[in-house]
Design a protein around this ligand. Structure first.
Ligand SMILES: [Fe+2]
Length: 199
């Protein structure tokens, strides 16, 4: 298979004021497109041509850094667009709420640890909720890495590369993370990935 850039599941201005049209024009139309194009070029002629995206991400990790970085970021961004929605951050579906309470004691504590992982990820990377050994855990990863290469299944990720927040929040990464959790998260997509991961 080759990589292709998906359409955003909403208009570029739909996440305002929490994420601007300008941010999505750069982040989706330019940054994600570059991962797709570079990934396709680097995939040609490798042993992973014809494999699924998840197989490419897991297989190239530690073996082909250029391909991994671009395929990993393609995977992360494919989901990132779906992990947000206009008027997001509302009620959490029951199965996910229960898993967060089981893992962290309360939903508030889970959100706090998720935000803290994003705040403390040094440099570019991602913060995550992931399912590992049947439990929901918080993780943070550098660059294009994800829970997929740490023996876990991602169910929610937030991009803490500066390209994701600098236009709207400048250096205020904690404010961006709080807005993401409170106003952008599409918990239905989280539930869908949780259901898959918990099988
Ligand atoms: Fe990004």
């Amino acid at each position: 298979m080759s990589f292709s850039l998906p359409e955003l599941p909403y208009s570029h201005d739909a996440l305002q004021p929490y994420m601007s049209k300008e941010t999505l024009e750069y982040h989706h139309d330019k940054h994600h497109l570059a991962y797709v194009n570079n990934g396709n070029n680097l995939l040609k002629g490798t042993e992973w041509e014809g494999k699924s995206l998840e197989e490419i991400v897991k297989g190239s990790f530690g073996k082909n850094a250029g391909l991994f970085n671009n395929a990993g970021q393609h995977y992360n961004h494919l989901h990132f667009w779906q992990w947000m929605k206009p008027n997001g951050g509302g009620a959490i579906p029951g199965s996910v709420e229960k898993a967060l309470v089981d893992g962290f004691g309360s939903v508030d504590k889970a959100k706090e640890e998720f935000i803290q992982a994003g705040v403390t990820q040094f440099g570019s990377g991602w913060a995550w909720f992931a399912v590992k050994d049947g439990k929901v855990v918080v993780m943070k990863t550098p660059n294009g890495e994800s829970p997929l290469v740490r023996g876990a299944s991602p169910i929610l990720g937030v991009d803490v590369w500066e390209h994701s927040y600098y236009i709207d929040y400048r250096n205020r990464r904690p404010d961006y993370l709080k807005a993401f959790v409170d106003n952008l998260v599409n918990w239905e997509h989280v539930e869908k990935m949780y259901t898959e991961a918990a099988k």
